[in-house]
Design a protein around this ligand. Structure first.
Ligand code: HEC
Length: 96
């Protein structure tokens, strides 16, 4: 769990956005059709917490930023969803 051992201080400690209570649902709804490991076209396996963490470094540029290109071939996620994912990243990607 490399990302968990990195020194990281939550930037929005009053916001409770976790993998379990939020991120998992977003990924299941918009991403795991392509990102589920095996022969799926997308990089990695986003159906588990560990699988997502391995690619979390790319979420700001590929999913959250105004230039985000994921989900591939579809409109960007709503701004409110991207804002919540941004909080999750800056809060050190908590699981629970
Ligand atoms: C239609 C298929 C498809 C969907 C849906 C999709 N992706 Fe992807 N994604 C890809 C493919 C293919 C790649 C690998 C090629 C590339 O990097 O552009 C990729 C690459 C990525 C990467 C870069 C990973 C790395 O380590 O280089 C991230 C992060 C990512 N996707 C996040 C997401 C998220 C989050 C969602 C849902 C909001 C999503 N994707 C939805 C197909 C998809």
């Amino acid at each position: 769990m490399a990302s968990e051992t990195l020194d990281c201080t939550p930037k929005f400690p009053d916001k409770n956005v976790t993998y379990d209570n939020y991120v998992k649902g977003v990924l299941a709804g918009h991403c795991t059709s392509c990102h589920q490991g095996g022969k799926s076209p997308g990089t990695g396996n986003f159906t588990t917490y560990a699988g997502v963490l391995a690619h979390a470094d790319f979420f700001l540029s590929r999913v959250i930023s105004p230039n985000a290109d994921m989900p591939q071939g579809m409109p960007q996620l709503p701004k409110s969803t991207r804002d919540s994912l941004n909080i999750w990243i800056y809060n050190c990607t908590p699981e629970k």
